[in-house]
Structure formats: structure tokens, C-alpha cells
Design a protein around this ligand. Structure first.
Ligand code: ADP
Ligand code: MG
Length: 322
């Protein structure tokens, strides 16, 4: 059973009291007439999401960053968070660093920590983030339409490449290792982009499990299909000049770009008429925004190689239970 079948079967019920329930990057709750609350939870588990000896300063950053990323994908302004911690012991050095990493990022985005829970147990970090968005303005997964351009922010695959290096599946040259590990340990939530895309993007998602898996959620919820050009994907520039030693390594790179997790970039769709507006946003934010393909009628995602042939993709992304 996949992670998403599990959620669908056991935890998805009618939510008549919400604007949007299970199935998007955040739920949307009406608490007044004009504004909606966007709420999302993301958990980091020792051994699954990070190594036991991970730097607590970076963990504090990442625990909040992955949650902020979901609000970015909704076009919401971050406001409040709660933090549920399960800790093997009260290690003060660890706690000082973890809280410093958390609050440094919280301050940057004006997030107030307003509650949580603390217990003894296996190391487990769970954050619930709350933000606000004017009613009817949130970027959702279900708004893509045939004819839309598909865009991606930043570059894809660096975090997954860093992980592949740490797991000794690939050897990255020293010169690029540090930028890749920074992407893995210190993702930068694309909050400013999410806000700028209000009224421009028709759908959006953050890429946490891999481009194809996450774009797949937009396609399912919007009941459309996508055509992607592999050569158009915003790969880190060093990849093209890496001179990969063998085809096994080349395959790993391909998989990291198409299906690697932990990028925390935004994937969004927008009408063709907004192309120049989106290029302006890219310039203002000094953040590359790349057109990677288009939405078409039908279902599923087709990736075309440079020679025009369809690429066969075995694993579209990370699934905790597949
Ligand atoms: P994301 O990657 O954007 O954080 P997920 O893939 O983790 O989203 O979850 C997909 C959707 O399922 C989200 O809307 C999330 O809120 C919901 N969800 C995940 N786990 C549960 C659960 N145990 N109970 C209810 N909803 C859940
Ligand atoms: Mg998400």
C-alpha cells in the first residue's frame, strides 16, 4: 500500500467545515469572511529523514523549513507554529543548538512558536505551521488547466545528489559537495515566490518527494496530464559539465533531478499569458524560474528526452510505504 493510498483509505473523510481538507500542501480553514488559515504538519524522524548524529542547528532549521515550504506552495503568509518533540534525553547542548536553528528561521519569516508537546522517546520532530491567505487566493493543487505552462523554481536534484554521496552511491567532486549538502540540510522555503504567484499561478505544489511525484499530485487533483522536456529541467549547472564516468552515475543524476526528494522548490502552472510577469518575478526575487513543459488533456506525465523519445521512468519519487 502506498503512503497516499493509506492516507486516502484511513484518514480522508468528508470535511464540510473546511474550505480544503486532506490532499493539498495545507488545509484551508475559514475563520472569518475575508481571510483563511492555512495549516500543515510535517514530521522529521531520526533514521528516516536524518542521521542520528545530524547537526541539531541544521535540524532546527529544517524542521521549520519543510513546513514553511508547504505554506509557500499555498501562497500563504506564515504566522504561527507548534512544535511536538520526542527526545531520547534532555541534552542541553543539543537543545540549545536545535532551538537556535529553529528560531533563527522563525524570526526571518515572522513565525511565532505558540505551543507544542515534549515527551521522552525516539528522536522525532513534528511541526505544525499556520499561515494566512485572503479568501479565494490560495494556490492549490487542483487548478491546473490544459494549455498552462509548467514552471519550476531554483534547481532540481542537488539535495538528492548530496544524499546519494553520503550514502556512497555516487562520488561528488569536492567543489560541488558543499553546495549540495547545504541544499540537503538547509532548504530555503520559497515563501516570497508563493506570495508573488498569487493571482498568477493556477496551481502549485512544493517539491518534497521528487518533481514527478509531486507534479503527479497536481495532475491527479486537476485531472490533467503533463509533457515535460528533460533538457529544459533546471539542473545545477555543474551537472552538465561533470563528465560523469559511467552510465550508472548518469542514471543516478537523472533520477535525482526527476525524482529526488528534499528540493523544496515550487512547481507551478500558469497561463501562457503570464510568461513575462513570471520572468519579472524571477528577476525581482533573483530566483531562476524555468519553464519545463506544459499541461495537456488526459492523465499522467510524459518526459521527453532531447532526441524526442519518451523516457521510461521507473520510480517517480519517494514514498514511505510503496
Ligand atoms: P506534503 O508532502 O505536502 O507535506 P504529504 O504528502 O505529507 O503532503 O500529505 C499529503 C496530504 O495528506 C496532505 O494534505 C496531508 O495533510 C495529508 N495527510 C498526511 N498524513 C495524514 C494523516 N495521518 N491524517 C490526515 N491527513 C494526512
Ligand atoms: Mg508539500
Amino acid at each position: 500500500m502506498s503512503e497516499f493510498d493509506l492516507i486516502q483509505r484511513y484518514f480522508t473523510r468528508a470535511t464540510p467545515g473546511t474550505v480544503l481538507g486532506v490532499g493539498d500542501d495545507a488545509a484551508l480553514l475559514s475563520v472569518g469572511d475575508s481571510m483563511q488559515l492555512a495549516v500543515s504538519t510535517d514530521m522529521l524522524v531520526c533514521g528516516t529523514h536524518f542521521f542520528p548524529d545530524a547537526d541539531p542547528l541544521l535540524l532546527g532549521h529544517k524542521a521549520l523549513a519543510v513546513n514553511l515550504s508547504d505554506l509557500a506552495a499555498m501562497g500563504a503568509t506564515p504566522r504561527w507554529a507548534t512544535l511536538a518533540l520526542s527526545l531520547p534525553s534532555a541534552n542541553e547542548d543539543w537543545l540549545e543548538k536545535f532551538s537556535r536553528g529553529f528560531f533563527t528561521l522563525a524570526q526571518q519569516y515572522g513565525v511565532e512558536l505558540v505551543g507544542g508537546d515534549t515527551t521522552r522517546g525516539p528522536l522525532n520532530l513534528s511541526v505544525t505551521i499556520m499561515g494566512e491567505v485572503p479568501a479565494g487566493v490560495a494556490l492549490r493543487r487542483d487548478g491546473a488547466q490544459a494549455g498552462d505552462d509548467i514552471w519550476v523554481s531554483g534547481a532540481l536534484g542537488e539535495a538528492a545528489l548530496a544524499l546519494a554521496h553520503l550514502q556512497e552511491r555516487i562520488v561528488l567532486p569536492q567543489a560541488i559537495l558543499s553546495s549540495c549538502t547545504e541544499r540537503l540540510h538547509q532548504p530555503q522555503p520559497r515563501i516570497a515566490l508563493g506570495l508573488a504567484l498569487r493571482g498568477i499561478a493556477r496551481s502549485a505544489i512544493d517539491i518534497s518527494d521528487g518533481l514527478l511525484a509531486d507534479l503527479g499530485h497536481i495532475l491527479e487533483r486537476s485531472r490533467v496530464a503533463a509533457e515535460i522536456q528533460f533538457d529544459a529541467l533546471p539542473m545545477p549547472h555543474f551537472l552538465r559539465s561533470l563528465g560523469l564516468s559511467n552510465s550508472a552515475e548518469e542514471k543516478i543524476v537523472q533520477r535525482c533531478v526527476l525524482a529526488g526528494g528534499d528540493d523544496y522548490e515550487l512547481c507551478f502552472t500558469a497561463p501562457v499569458t503570464h510568461r513575462s510577469g513570471i520572468e519579472d518575478i524571477s528577476a525581482t526575487l533573483a530566483l531562476p524560474l524555468t519553464r519545463i513543459g506544459k499541461i495537456v488533456q488526459g492523465g499522467g506525465c510524459t518526459v521527453y528526452a532531447a532526441d524526442g523519445n519518451k523516457m521510461q521512468i521507473k520510480e517517480p519519487g519517494y514514498d514511505h510505504f510503496a
